[in-house]
Design a protein around this ligand. Structure first.
Ligand SMILES: [Zn+2]
Length: 245
């Protein structure tokens, strides 16, 4: 990072050093993303294996720390970029104190931090949602095992959950379900992508293929992996195979 060094008499300021530093910061950002994916998977595993809540809670804390790290990094990148732009626009005679400029902008950005930032972090929101859904699935199971009303009740629940395993496009059990953030319906990843692509080619919007859904503009960017459902299907099949052995 260039500090107060190298002001040149020719008026030419090189940002190559800053720019390479910026790109390594962006690399770091993808590390944060994989860290979040890992923590999220561990948390889901913990729910599945019914491990104590305290260890799951620590995954929650890990996710919060990742979000804060991510926010700080974003602010830093923004601060550096705006400092560069500032210098490029003003074209000062002497190179200003970049470090100070970046610091000032960084502090200004950090002062606007709020809890709402967590709601804006897509990975974090998704993590919370999947955790909730997976717990619900296991909660359902726990209730079923403890109350004496197995039989019919169980059949009903199984049929109900199995219909959720079926893709409305392929009518087959999903292998890699994706959820539409807008209407909440799930589809087989490959099938919905193919559908959107073929509609796109004809310059048409894609209606949600789930019967009864009024959503008429399914976008690729609205689709998120439904990890909780994928696990539910996988577990269901594992159990079924165990029964048939
Ligand atoms: Zn829908």
């Amino acid at each position: 990072m260039p500090g107060r060094s190298s002001s040149s008499s020719t008026g030419f300021i090189s940002f190559s050093g800053v720019e390479s530093a910026l790109s390594s910061l962006k690399n770091f950002q993808s590390c944060i993303n994989s860290g979040m994916d890992a923590a999220s998977n561990v948390a889901l595993d913990l729910v599945e294996s019914q491990t104590e809540v305290s260890s799951e809670y620590s995954m929650d804390k890990a996710m919060i720390e990742f979000v804060m790290l991510d926010r700080e990094l974003n602010h830093y990148i923004k601060a550096v970029q705006s400092a560069i732009n500032h210098v490029k626009e003003e074209r000062p005679e002497k190179i200003p104190n970049l470090k100070l400029l970046v610091e000032k902008k960084f502090v200004a950005l950090q002062s606007k931090n709020s809890d709402a930032d967590f709601q804006n972090n897509e990975r974090f929101v998704q993590f919370k949602q999947q955790l909730r859904e997976l717990k619900k699935q296991y909660g359902l199971q726990a209730d079923r095992e403890t109350d004496g009303l197995e039989g019919m009740d169980e059949d009903m629940i199984v049929t109900q959950s199995q219909t959720n395993f079926i893709c409305p496009i392929t009518q087959l059990e999903m292998k890699k379900p994706v959820k539409n953030k807008v209407c909440g319906h799930t589809y087989e990843d490959e099938a919905i992508v193919r559908m959107i692509e073929s509609k796109n080619k004809r310059k048409k919007k894609t209606c949600c293929p789930k019967i009864g859904c009024s959503h008429t503009d399914v976008k690729m960017s609205d689709l998120v992996q439904d990890e909780a459902l994928r696990r539910a299907i996988e577990n269901h099949n594992k159990k079924r195979n165990r029964h048939s052995e």
